[in-house]
Design a binder for this molecule. Structure first.
Ligand code: DX5
Ligand code: ZN
Length: 218
């Protein structure tokens, strides 16, 4: 396994103290920012104005995860405000390849996400179009849910395709990642790990280091 990335999700942070919360995770790789619109998922977080302010004060770059309808319309705005990566859902996008090309043209990494029930077969031949693929390991919408091991065959298929074609596409998991489940996800081929409650529940710097160790040691 090459470099392991740990991206804490600020969905589990204290929303009214976001500036100090992002400081607590500065030893991580990227800040994972969950944008929810109460339509694609039954929960609501924040939009571009808040994400722009987080970007202004964050010591590390932003990994934006859009759980919203019509990302074709809204995702480019997050790239324009300077997000390092912008990931939209396959289930919501009208033209995923065109959208990914637009995000890359603006200068962001382009990511595509799939819910637990969505297959990845149709994207295996399109992997060159994306910088990262996010396999949801819980149903999107809420933090604190249990990891779904039945999603692991999708990671194995993605990892095999990435290796066979010599691509540099990050394979990300999100939901229920702990020091135990991260080992399962790393073994299945993930290299980028989103963790919300397991990071913010404890001392974030310690939890980030422990997750990094567990993923590297698998
Ligand atoms: C869920 C979000 C996740 C969430 C993960 O829809 O996409 O990023 O914050 O939270 P935990 O790590 O608590 O499962
Ligand atoms: Zn997320």
């Amino acid at each position: 396994m090459g470099h392991v990335r740990i991206n804490p999700s600020i969905l589990a942070a204290d929303f009214v103290n976001m500036q100090s919360e992002v400081q607590r995770i500065r030893t991580a790789d990227l800040v994972h920012v969950d944008v929810m619109d109460n339509h694609f998922v039954p929960n609501l977080t924040f939009g571009p104005q808040m994400v722009g302010r987080i970007q202004d004060v964050s010591p590390i770059p932003l990994d934006v995860h859009l759980m919203i309808d019509d990302p074709d319309r809204w995702a480019p705005g997050y790239a324009e405000l300077g997000a390092y990566s912008v990931t939209f859902h396959a289930e919501a996008a009208h033209d995923p390849v065109a959208l990914a090309r637009k995000l890359r043209a603006i200068g962001a990494r382009a990511g595509i996400a799939v819910k637990p029930g969505t297959g990845v077969e149709r994207y295996l031949d399109l992997l060159e179009e994306f910088d990262q693929v996010l396999v949801m390991t819980v149903e999107p919408g809420f933090g604190g849910q249990s990891f779904m091991p039945e999603t692991m065959p999708k990671l194995q298929a993605l990892r095999a395709a990435v290796e066979a074609r010599g691509l540099d596409v990050w394979l990300q998991v999100d939901g229920g990642i702990t020091e135990e489940t991260i080992v399962t996800a790393a073994a299945a081929g993930a290299d980028t790990f989103v963790a919300g409650s397991s990071v913010f529940r404890g001392e974030p710097a310690e939890r980030i280091a422990a997750l990094r160790d567990a993923a590297s040691a698998h």
